[in-house]
Design a protein around this ligand. Structure first.
Ligand SMILES: *[C@@H]1O[C@H](CO)[C@@H](O)[C@H](O)[C@H]1NC(C)=O
Ligand SMILES: *[C@@H]1O[C@H](CO)[C@@H](O)[C@H](O)[C@H]1NC(C)=O
Length: 478
């Protein structure tokens, strides 16, 4: 699922930024960390690197593949539990870390901080089918293990949640962990999940990579449309058949896009942020969206990827009717999948759809639905966002631009929205256009280098959570 998120984020970035070129950004950087003296360097010894590689190899061999929410390889998931116990002994033997198994196969680690006045945060990853070119969960535990070996004691408390069924909705893993934390009265400063990427080489003539942190995530509705008529023989048909009525309805839906919401959500902010990085005339256009927004709005609609960033999309995915050549079918059914823009709700979309269908003979049945996640803050006071940005700059010094984005797919993080208003999706990986030849194939190409970088990123992120401070705003609360 995160795979789709990644894919569309990246392509969205490509096309969006394909309007023109940009190069660099100053002024976006967060504060330098304080207390750098006590900082533990993320230099790993040769021996540690060999261990890392072995641990990674071992983990890949466990087939924790999920199929449906009822059908996943529980043997492999159980084996996984034993595996992490074996490979990360320090994590499991540290007195200020508690480990719990939740929902049978998911794992929750509670890391107490030396300063309980600091609000905790949560690192999320999942152990079933891996969407990213290295394994997030593994990097998190590996980084923690390496920090602990170096006698690290965190100031800010945090949690690590490893869900086991993200690929199939997360209802047994992530949701149970979230419920547990809510029952314990936990409020999180922020949540980091898998999602955004460092995009490299997507814009013609621009060599510089840039990072996208997903701050928003679309919602979804699977809607079934159904038409029932009295069955009849094809020799004397009624003027309209179930198939005809339903086909007209779904055609109207396809021909009538839901409203363009450009201006709501993070996209406009992102463009404004990046405006000065573009060359003429795009810099002028994007710096003056108050004037040019109708043009930009229409421009973004023209391509199906950027279109998905500005509106709730409508996709007809199933159509079933008829079983015999000479019988008018009594029932015709179609399924439409809507991906809801962050500025709309399930209810609003259903209202709009009803008005577009405008035919009482077409029944609407919601098969499944959830609202988009609230847009997480990305301003100077947004601790999670600034922390990620700061860590990106330090681990990837060549990346000068970090921008917020929207995740078009769905991740586990939606289960955590009661716990925090700052939910961020980011993978510390490069995504290059050539990777798109097989986003699925990325797993097979896990490079040890990428894994080490991931470990380093988490290693730095955990330390930065103790040192990076954002100025507390006077008026509004985080
Ligand atoms: C499930 O996992 C076990 C243990 O890793 C493995 O031996 C088995 O082949 C897996 N089954 C399937 C269907 O993948
Ligand atoms: C959030 O809290 C509300 C009210 O307690 C509850 O009904 C809802 O199920 C919770 N949502 C999640 C995703 O945990």
């Amino acid at each position: 699922m995160a795979r789709r998120c990644v894919y569309l984020l990246a392509l969205g970035g490509v096309l969006l930024l394909g309007i023109a070129t940009f190069s660099r950004s100053k002024g976006l950087r967060g504060k330098e960390p304080q207390g750098a003296a006590s900082r533990i360097s993320s230099q790993f010894s040769e021996e540690e690197r060999v261990d890392m590689k072995e641990a990674l190899k071992g983990a890949i061999q466990i087939p924790t593949v999920s199929f449906t929410s009822e059908d996943y390889n529980t043997t492999a998931l159980a084996e996984f539990g034993e595996y992490i116990y074996k490979v990360f002994p320090t994590v499991f033997s540290t007195s200020f870390i508690q480990h719990e198994v939740v929902g049978g196969y998911s794992h929750l680690f509670t890391v107490q901080g030396s300063d309980p006045s600091l609000q905790p945060y949560l690192l999320l990853a999942h152990i079933d089918v891996v969407p990213a070119p290295a394994e997030g969960w593994k990097a998190i535990l590996q980084a923690l293990e390496l920090l602990l070996i170096r006698d690290y004691i965190p100031q800010r408390p945090f949690f690590i949640a490893l869900g086991h069924d993200e690929e199939v909705s997360g209802k047994n893993g992530a949701q149970k962990i979230s419920t547990l934390l809510q029952a314990r009265g936990v409020q999180l400063a922020f949540v980091v999940d898998e999602g955004g990427f460092i995009l490299d080489g997507f814009i013609p003539n621009v060599k510089k990579p840039f990072a996208q942190i997903a701050v928003a995530e679309k919602g979804s509705i699977n809607l079934m449309l159904q038409v029932n008529v009295t069955p009849g023989h094809s020799s004397a048909p009624q003027k309209e058949t179930s198939i005809g009525i339903l086909a007209a309805a779904v055609s109207r839906l396809e021909q009538t896009p839901l409203p363009n919401m450009f201006g709501d959500g993070p996209l406009k902010t992102t463009l404004e942020l990046l405006a000065n990085e573009f060359s003429f005339p795009t810099n002028i256009i994007l710096s003056n969206l108050w004037l040019f927004w109708p043009f930009v709005r229409r421009f973004l609609e023209r391509n199906h990827i950027t279109n998905a960033l500005v509106r709730t999309t409508t996709a007809l995915t199933m159509f079933n009717a008829g079983i015999k050549v000479n019988v008018i079918p009594p029932v015709a059914q179609a399924v439409v999948n809507f991906r809801i823009h962050p500025a709309q709700t399930v209810q609003e979309v259903l209202e709009l759809v009803k008005n577009i269908v405008a035919d009482d003979r077409v029944q609407l049945h919601v098969l499944s639905a959830f609202d988009p996640e609230p847009v997480s803050p990305s301003d100077n006071q947004a601790l999670g966002y600034q922390l990620l940005r700061h860590t990106i700059h330090s681990v990837f010094p060549e990346v000068s631009i970090v921008a917020p984005g929207t995740c078009i797919g769905n991740t586990d993080s939606r289960h955590y929205k009661n716990l925090s208003n700052g939910i961020y999706r980011f993978n510390p990986f490069y995504l290059r256009p050539q990777d798109f030849t097989g986003i699925h194939g990325l797993n097979e190409k896990i490079s040890v280098q990428a894994y080490e970088t991931h470990v380093k990123f988490i290693f730095e992120l955990i330390q930065n959570a103790d040192t990076v401070r954002v100025s507390v705003p006077h008026v509004h609360e985080l």
